[in-house]
Design a protein around this ligand. Structure first.
Ligand code: IVH
Length: 698
């Protein structure tokens, strides 16, 4: 699944010494505060190059070399570990995994009967010491032999209780990390405090764990991956933990009240064959994108204590476990340019143009730069090497420049002084800059969007026509289209009788579009096609939408507390436009809408409603080219069809997907669905299933 990173080739002792220095510096930064001067792939390449050179030139090995050292020889703390906190060796694909398993079985002289397969959590290793059931000390991994005391973080880590269920003396080992929502909250807190944010969840967790006197507290999460007792401990617990299979130790940890990956979609399983191991590896990899926390691989361990004991440990890592690495989510590439785009609502947003780089399975060429002040804060320059982060469905983001890779040729990023689209002033009073003309700045684009195929579907209204009408003062927004007279349209240049009549007929037809499309046409920020359908289905009428406050808007699935107030505020801004639409007789209700069942309504009432629809409760993804009855449908129309039939449409396949409709040339989504065991149907099979919901006029 994953390719093995090539090795850095080191020519001579000087190149070797430089490589060692670079690796040591990079590891030090990574373990100190999560920042990195090398991305993971580059570090792996370098480390392998160093190792290869040392094998060929054993006489040249430097004492500072990271080879064979835990954490690349980084930060040494002053709290000795009872049992060293080791690292894991890596494999980069199914072939290497099989080779590793075979050589382990050869060493044991017997087949491994049970493997534990679990996620490799991308956080910071921690040892949590419990005495008689009470959490007394937290220690980081450090150099593996001794770590740093971070007990001040006790009480801020979800999943790491102050007291266990039993009064046992035990050390829990696991990973401390930030979930997506914890990361968002932490960024907001830091932003409010000093105007900066964290680069990514991993470095936020690292900084937070070590921070002692921050005036604000950020929450962290713990997932355990092991439990052990001191070798001299003669208690019953110690004896049990020494004998239990890893999977049962994990169940014991969970029973004590500490969190393990079992509570997630990627909990550990026991596999008895290598095929099953590989299958689980693929399942976990396929779920990676949807997880609310980072994983950078899958850990495969001998489950049985006897196998572990016999396999034993190398200097750096156990021989009974291996990390199957997944493709990096963070890489270093070049910042080639910064583009300034003006959105439909007048927001001016910078976008980074990058030297293309493959991240988490897709090629990234553009990445978000948030806003203008962010560029200054991060000290970015054109030509910089930058760290780019992309995991799962998140929009790729530029984190920071790698200052030590600067050549001196970098140039400042030009910051626009006026709106790059219309030349008017910029309102820079908020974090997100906006053209003072607001949505009027993009009036042509806004009207074009409203008239588009997936919104009001007004055929024959090209941009040059809109421009003509604006220039002639016939319209100022898209609602004015509905008040155009035949004479006015005929009076425009190059407008004959037939095209005038066709255009006016198309405008007339648009009045009958359902509320979902009319609402979408408004172009409210954060409400695209599918969100507009959800809003329309939730409220049923424009009146109800406009009457809703932020809290009521939040009841729509997918609208969080951050987005809701913006929707309410924009609807107020759009009041005149909406009034005009109402006056014109544009549809302001959603056909077939029924009020949502009151809480506590009988199950019978529900059964007679939505759940009778053929796709009730299903999450459906469409991929590839449709054929037959569905051939002419746009993706948006397919999504509308799915929702009419009671389902939910989604664009990405996950474990929660109920059905994949795969047309011709279906690619990776089909493969992913198959790996996850999601049912797949053809375009024709799907058409038959939803036949009564196919409208002839679609
Ligand atoms: S077991 C004795 N299991 O990955 C070996 N480690 O790159 C103990 N990690 O130091 C490691 N998830 O901090 C193990 N499910 C998991 C893990 C895991 C993340 C970390 C751990 C380890 C590092 C090695």
């Amino acid at each position: 699944m994953t390719e093995e990173p090539p090795i850095a080739v080191l020519a001579d002792d000087t190149a070797y010494a430089e490589a060692v220095q670079l690796a040591v510096d990079s590891a030090a930064a990574y373990y100190a505060d999560g920042t990195s001067t090398l991305d993971d792939d580059a570090y792996d390449r370098l480390a392998r190059g160093i190792q290869a050179y040392e094998e060929a030139h054993p006489e040249a090995v430097l004492a500072t070399s990271p080879t064979g050292k835990v954490a690349g020889g980084a930060v040494v703390g002053d709290v000795p570990h009872t049992v060293p906190m080791l690292s894991l060796d890596n494999v980069f694909g199914a072939g290497q995994l099989a080779d590793w398993a075979i050589s382990l079985e050869r060493r044991l002289g017997r087949p491994v009967e049970a493997w534990s397969v679990e996620p490799k959590l991308d956080g910071l290793a921690i040892s949590a010491r419990y005495r008689h059931g009470r959490l007394t000390q937290l220690v980081t991994r450090g150099d593996g032999v001794a770590g740093e005391d971070v007990s001040h973080a006790i009480g801020t880590i979800v999943g790491l209780p102050a007291r266990l269920a039993e009064p046992v003396t035990v050390e829990l080992r696991g990973e401390v990390m930030m979930t997506a929502s914890q990361f968002e909250a932490a960024c907001l807190k830091r932003q409010a405090h000093d105007g900066t944010t964290f680069a990514n969840p991993r470095s936020a967790a690292a900084g937070t764990l070590r921070a002692q006197d921050r005036p604000y507290v950020c929450e962290l999460t713990f997932f355990g991956y092991g439990a052990l007792c001191h070798s001299g401990d003669t208690s019953e617990t110690a004896a049990r933990l020494r004998e239990l299979p890893h999977s049962e130790i994990m169940a014991w940890v969970a029973a004590q009240g500490a969190q393990t990956p079992a509570v997630t979609d990627v909990g550990g399983i026991v596999a008895t064959t290598l095929e099953q191991v590989q299958e689980r590896v693929e399942q976990i990899a396929a779920k990676r994108a949807e997880l609310p926390f980072g994983i950078d691989g899958i850990v495969i361990k001998c489950d049985l204590a006897a196998d572990q004991a016999q396999a034993g440990f190398g200097t750096r890592a156990p021989r009974w476990a291996i990390a199957y690495k997944l493709p990096a989510t963070e890489k270093i590439t070049k910042l080639l340019d910064v583009e300034w785009n003006v959105g439909r609502s007048g927001i001016i947003a910078p976008r980074a143009v990058l030297e293309p780089v493959v991240l988490d399975g897709s090629t990234v060429t553009y990445a978000t730069l948030h806003n203008a002040s962010d560029i200054g804060r991060r000290g970015l320059m054109l030509g910089d090497s930058v760290v780019v982060y992309k995991a799962g469905d998140v929009i790729p983001r530029v984190e920071a420049p790698v200052v030590h890779l600067r050549t001196g040729d970098e140039r400042p990023i030009p910051i626009p002084q006026v709106c790059p689209l219309c030349g008017d002033e910029i309102d820079a009073s908020q974090e997100r800059w906006r053209c003072v003309r607001g949505r009027a700045c993009r009036v042509i684009a806004s009207i074009g969007y409203a008239a588009g195929r997936d919104q009001l579907d007004i055929e024959g209204l090209a941009e040059n026509r809109i421009q003509q009408m604006l220039d002639a003062g016939l319209i100022a927004d898209f609602a004015d289209l509905f008040f155009l007279t035949r004479e006015q349209v005929l009076g425009l240049e190059r407008m004959g009788e037939t095209s005038t009549d066709n255009l006016l007929a198309a405008i007339e037809r648009a009045k009958a579009q359902p509320l979902s499309r009319v609402f979408c046409a408004l172009g409210v920020r954060g409400t695209g096609r599918s969100m507009s359908r959800r809003i329309a289905r939730h409220f049923g009428s424009m009146d109800a939408i406009r009457a809703a406050d932020a809290e009521a808007i939040e009841a729509v699935e997918g609208i969080g507390p951050k987005k809701a107030p913006g929707v309410v505020a924009e609807l107020v801004e759009l009041a005149d436009l909406i009034e005009k639409l109402i006056k014109a007789g544009v549809t302001m209700t959603e056909p077939g809408w029924t009020p949502p069942a009151a809480p506590g309504a009988s199950a019978g009432a529900e059964a007679s409603g939505a759940s009778e629809l053929p796709l009730a409760g299903m999450s459906v993804v469409v991929t590839g080219a449709m054929s037959g009855a569905l051939e002419a449908l746009t993706r948006n129309q397919m999504n509308e069809l799915i929702e009419r039939a009671g389902g939910k449409s989604s664009s990405s396949v996950s474990a929660k997907t109920s059905l994949l409709v795969a047309g011709e040339k279906a690619g990776s989504k089909r493969a992913k669905a198959e790996a996850l065991g999601v049912p797949v149907v053809t375009s024709d099979e799907f058409a038959a299933r939803v036949a009564t919901y196919l409208q002839p006029d679609l």
